[in-house]
Design a protein around this ligand. Structure first.
Ligand code: GLY
Ligand code: MN
Ligand code: MN
Length: 438
């Protein structure tokens, strides 16, 4: 499942329409990164670059020029039949025009000669300022080249501006085509979580469950995860970014899995927590139901017009109230919220935007105010409670319990749609699924 060239063309058009008259924007592709010696990490294209091109080759450069006739230029790795025996097919300039819709395209080695001319006299030069050292240095070089030619009539761009402002605002609002891909990614990940629940039994190692997730996603064409999976048995769930995933899971442990695949460079992000032996203990059930209550109430509140921060505040109120009822916090609800006492057990926020990046781009505050949700935004809702194994201020029976329940939620005109509904989260449903294992 992939977006087609029409999608990328429309995005470039939309972006160009928002750029100031006479401005030029430069967006760089990602480079290959060495893993060790001459082995490389799997290539992952820059999200901004891919968003505008769908072009998956390293080191390329996109130049958008806003003028009487807008001009889209791609610089790309050259065709080289001998190299292509090693690296695989390259589109080359011809392919960039024919298949990727550029108005013109050149080999990478022409960048430093052509770029100064392309930004000569621009009203504004837009690029991701101070995000990418190599690009910062290149832009400086082009400006210096131009500066040396002023007596020959060259004119430096009047202003420099950050390209991310326009681009990230666009990326925050997902089109129907993007939502289709994100739904598919979420559905694959949801089934992968079900497979992990079905496979789990006491004594299994965390890495075995991780491999179940990866194998299933890979078998559906989602070869890469959107982030390193967290597979945490027992108290490991209290380490928020636990990625060692190499411990045996004991009878009586809860298992927290936070994993989501990437499809056509779109992320999914799901957390489920379930009992290794298929039955929640009394304490596990109490914490689980409280987290679920916050998860469901916050999802219920997702709709156009809801203030982003109010979702977090809602989760804080529900979780703090529940912690008081369970005897894990003592005192007045408002005072405990005001003092931040809940942070001992709930130390992160309710969620984040989701899209091409798992922690997706787009401002959370607009003109000094928290953003209001609007159709096309996808957010995660992921409350959690984590009781440290060495927290001697609570009774021993609570210690080492960590629960997070995370869903991906699309804001629609009518309200919301949960993209990750394919994996159960009611205790009774999880227990029923696990009883059916084997
Ligand atoms: N999996 C990363 C997160 O939940 O934010
Ligand atoms: Mn998340
Ligand atoms: Mn997550």
């Amino acid at each position: 499942m992939k977006l087609d060239q029409q999608n990328y063309l429309e995005r470039r058009k939309q972006l160009l329409a928002q750029m100031p008259e006479g401005s030029v924007m430069v967006i760089a592709a990602e480079s290959l990164k060495t893993r060790n010696n001459d082995a490389e990490y799997p290539f992952r294209q820059s999200s901004n670059f891919y968003y505008l091109t769908g072009f998956n080759e390293p080191d390329a450069l996109l130049v958008l020029a806003r003028g009487a006739a807008n001009l889209v230029t791609l610089f790309c790795p050259p065709r080289d039949p001998e190299m292509e025996i090693w690296t695989g097919y390259r589109a080359g300039p011809e392919g960039c025009v024919k298949r990727f819709g550029a108005d013109q395209a050149f080999n990478l080695d022409e960048i430093d000669e052509r770029l100064p001319k392309m930004i000569d006299g621009a009203s504004q030069l837009l690029y991701p300022i101070a995000r990418d050292k190599a690009l910062d240095a290149r832009v400086k070089g082009w400006l210096e080249t131009l500066g040396r030619s002023v007596r020959s009539g060259a004119v430096l761009p009047q202003t420099l501006a950050d390209s991310d402002r326009l681009l990230h605002e666009m990326r925050l609002f997902k089109s129907a085509a993007e939502i289709e891909v994100m739904q598919r990614a979420a559905t694959i990940s949801a089934t992968a979580h079900c497979q992990a629940m079905l496979t789990c039994k006491p004594g299994i190692n965390e890495f075995q469950l991780e491999s179940v997730i990866q194998a299933y996603c890979g078998s559906q064409g989602a070869r890469f995860q959107a982030y390193t999976p967290i597979v945490a048995g027992g108290a490991n769930a209290c380490i928020l970014h636990y990625i060692e995933n190499d411990q045996p899971i004991a009878d009586g442990d809860l298992v927290l899995i936070d994993a989501g695949c990437e499809l056509d460079n779109y992320a999914s992000d799901i957390t489920r927590t379930f009992p290794a032996n298929g039955r929640f203990s009394e304490e596990q059930a109490a914490i689980y139901d409280l987290v679920l209550k916050a998860n469901e109430a916050c999802i219920e509140a997702v709709r156009p017009g809801t203030c982003w921060d109010s979702l977090h505040q809602l989760s804080v109120r529900i979780l703090t109230q529940g912690l008081i009822e369970l005897g894990l916090l003592q005192g007045d609800l408002d005072e405990l919220i005001e003092s931040g006492a809940f942070r001992r057990f709930y130390m992160h926020r309710i969620g984040h935007w989701l899209g091409m990046d798992v922690h997706d781009v787009g401002d959370y505050r607009v003109d000094g105010e928290w953003r209001k949700l609007a159709p096309g935004i996808v957010t995660t809702i992921e409350p959690g409670i984590y009781i440290a194994p060495d927290d001697h201020s609570v009774e021993e029976r609570w210690r080492g319990i960590g629960v997070r329940i995370e869903d991906d939620v699309l804001v629609t005109e009518q309200g919301s749609k949960v993209l990750t509904a394919g994996v159960p989260k009611l205790r009774s449903e999880i227990e029923a699924l696990m009883q059916n294992a084997g």
